[in-house]
Ligand binder design. Structure first.
Ligand SMILES: Cc1ncc(COP(=O)(O)O)c(C=O)c1O
Length: 379
């Protein structure tokens, strides 16, 4: 059975060209990048070339890019090192950040190291900019703002330039979890200064377990992982060379083909929205479908016993999508994002997220299957 994969915000399939680069490196480039003889030098050169590519696409300096094990590590590193090494004592964030940010903030709070303030969000998850400015103006403590560029469940985005400007005006640092937008939106950090950004290869058709952090050169922090002198002393441990080369290849492909990929992905997403509106009553969209991330559509289906089994029935029908609803029972952990948006717990949220591999024909199949399962208009 041809499965339909509409869960590209969870992870993406590897690009064939990425696999090629990785397999070639596995075969031909096994040296330890820290060794000084030829095999080591070849491996080191490949990693530095990858770093150069990543820096190039972000408008960053080579020395500002550090490879990590993924988005979770990069976000932990930004938050925890800013507190430990840069004197940050207050972090302004939001309740709809990814758990790797929220749980890092909890850990820092438990240690008594930082005060956390949440900025107000509207019903679509958009930041109340006046409140953000107010929070930034209040208090004496050294502050960092940590706001994700695009939410991974509902696709709501922040205006990076505006948040960057507000932070600069108030002398605050700015960290943005850019895991869902890296490779999907252009960045030019020479024009829009940010203190920390994070990227994760498996969200842009690269391998799992490899990511990077951008650390603005003004911020001198100490190692996150103590050990050898890898990653210019910032992260000990022999480098994941295959992952790093795969990441750089995936990011290059993503940025070199950005417009074509965006157009295809967005057209499929917009077509799903149009078809859902044509065939179903009483749907709600979580987040800001008119102005959110073009790869994502989060739909709250009306309450019904059939909706409860929607994910399972779609899976049986060969369709992969994600759930994520407000907590409706003790057993169901629920989605902290939908809950923060005060989503109706009786509705069933399905997150559809797309790639340039998806087609409108696949949307037709999914809508037909949804109609079968939900028998809409009888609800
Ligand atoms: C917004 C966001 N931040 C961070 C992460 C974590 O990234 P990784 O899976 O590379 O640890 C994810 C992945 O689900 C994400 O969507």
């Amino acid at each position: 059975m041809h499965r339909i994969y509409f869960d590209n915000a969870a992870t993406t399939p590897l690009d064939p060209e990425v696999i090629e680069v990785m397999v070639q490196a596995m075969r031909d480039n096994f040296g330890n990048p820290s060794s000084i003889y030829a095999e080591g030098r070849t491996a080191r050169a490949a990693i530095e070339q990858a770093r150069k590519q990543v820096a190039h696409y972000l408008g960053a300096s080579i020395g500002e890019i550090f490879f990590t094990s993924g988005g979770t590590e990069s976000n932990n590193m930004a938050l925890k090192n800013a507190v430990r090494d840069l004197g940050v004592r207050r972090i302004i964030s939001s309740p709809i950040e990814h758990h790797c940010v929220l749980h890092s903030l909890d850990a820092l709070k438990r240690l008594g190291q930082v005060e956390v303030a949440f900025v107000r969000l509207d019903e679509k998850g958009r930041v109340d900019k006046e409140h953000l400015a107010e929070l930034l103006q209040s208090g004496e403590a050294k502050t960092m703002v940590s706001l994700m560029h695009s939410n991974n469940e509902i696709g709501t985005m922040i205006d990076m330039e505006e948040v960057s400007r507000l932070c600069r005006e108030q002398g605050a640092l700015f960290h943005s979890d850019t895991v869902q937008t890296m490779g999907y939106y252009p960045f030019d950090l020479s024009k829009t200064p940010v203190s920390f950004l994070s990227g994760s290869a498996h969200k842009f058709y690269g391998p799992k377990g490899c990511g990077f952090i951008y650390i603005n050169g003004d911020n001198i922090i100490k190692p996150f992982v103590d050990g050898g002198s890898q990653e210019r002393n910032m992260r000990g441990g022999t480098e994941n060379i295959y992952g790093i080369l795969g990441l750089a290849k995936a990011l290059s492909l993503a940025y070199d083909n950005l417009e074509a990929r965006r157009a295809q992905t967005k057209s499929v997403r917009d077509y799903l929205r149009q078809q859902l509106d044509a065939h179903f009553d009483n749907l709600q969209y979580n987040g800001d479908p008119d102005d959110g991330h073009y790869k994502l559509l989060s739909v709250a289906f009306p309450p019904s016993p059939k909706a409860d089994l929607l994910l399972l029935n779609l899976d049986i029908a060969g369709i992969s999508v994600s759930g994520g609803s407000a907590c409706s029972s003790g057993a169901d952990a629920g989605s902290h994002v939908i809950e923060a948006m005060k989503g109706d717990p009786a509705r069933k949220t399905i997150r559809f997220s797309f790639s340039h591999h998806n087609t409108k024909q696949e949307v037709d199949v999914v809508v037909e299957k949804l109609r079968e399962i939900l028998k809409e208009r009888h609800l």
